[in-house]
Design a protein around this ligand. Sequence first.
Ligand SMILES: Nc1ncnc2c1ncn2[C@@H]1O[C@H](COP(=O)(O)OP(=O)(O)OP(=O)(O)O)[C@@H](O)[C@H]1O
Length: 382
Amino acid sequence: MAALDLHIDKISKRYGATDVLRDVSLRIAAGEFVTLLGPSGCGKSTLLRIIAGLERADRGHVRAGGRGLDAVAPKDRDLAFVFQSYALYPHLSVYENIAAPLVMRELTSLERLPVIGARMPGAVQRNRSIDDRVRQTSALLKLDALLHRRPAALSGGQRQRVALGRAMVRKPKIFLMDEPLANLDAALRIHTRSEIARLHKEMATTTLFVTHDQAEAAALSDRVAIMFGGEIRQVASPADLYRDPIDLDVARFLAQPFLNELSVPAPIRGGLTIGSSRLIIRDALGSAEPGTLAFRPEHASLVGASEPGALPVRVARIEHAGTDAYVYADADAGVEFVVRIAAERAQSLRGGETLGLDIDPERAWFFPSNGSRQRRDHSRAA
Ligand SMILES: Nc1ncnc2c1ncn2[C@@H]1O[C@H](COP(=O)(O)OP(=O)(O)OP(=O)(O)O)[C@@H](O)[C@H]1O
């Protein structure tokens, strides 16, 4: 199945007085899996609906494989849309649900009639080809054993697989998926997520996936476009977004499970003054305005209280998380930091103990209060 690239060019959309999308541009390569990630209400679904042709943009263009789609009817766009709600036909079997888009497209209303339709010239051949495609698709989705069942007799994950099957059977050039895992419980979400990853690997269909779940975005995507307030803030691979966020919003949104933040006065030659300590942070070199020092729990360590350059902290509590532990440590002036350490090491710590917090000067970020962070590599793209 040949995949198509998808280009979204300067899309804007307003509802009443609200700018829902502002000049949104995004280029998705043929076969790429890109996720729109952002908080509720940031405009993800609206953008997907505009690409599908279900909503009209006020400005901007959508192109797929070089063809402008703005004037193309939704049904002729060669896109398949998978929604959060499965919207299966309750009175049809799994087989009939998956076959439905092909039956509607490839058979006339007479040919669709039971008994008569099946005997009409031409329809026999087309019915056979529909049957082949339904069986291929259900084999790919491991639904073969469930083809005779009605949706009511399926689990949530199975229903979502049928919804995927119904979208896949038409062999679309592009998949649009709007939170397709949102209605599943935690275990099924992870299972169905790996099914989607496997299918994408096998079929390499260009996919634009919407979620507000950072773990889902990271697990599935080649690249993630992170949105806030109707704008795409940064587009990068999940690893680059986590490692090199463009601003504090992005760093916070990808906090797993916590981001340490501290407001600090303007750095002097990369040096930040925190209480009676002075820390040199590479990211702060070249900045001369106040801002926020931020770092992830894994980018600091606990050392002896008298270690030079370490901030004095007191162990408040320890949370165990499998092989790791999160240590909540209080610094002066009511600031709390979280540090990730190995679970074995946590066993030797005691609540109330005074230690030093050693922040990794290469990995901590400095976000100036006005203006962007000076990033070391430039993964921002549109
Ligand atoms: N038809 C509409 N009329 C008016 N406002 C709308 C309409 N559709 C969406 N909006 C508003 O546009 C904004 C973006 O909505 P959208 O559904 O695109 O966000 P989202 O990022 O997909 O959110 P969620 O994750 O909650 O689905 C919201 O503030 C929403 O209330």
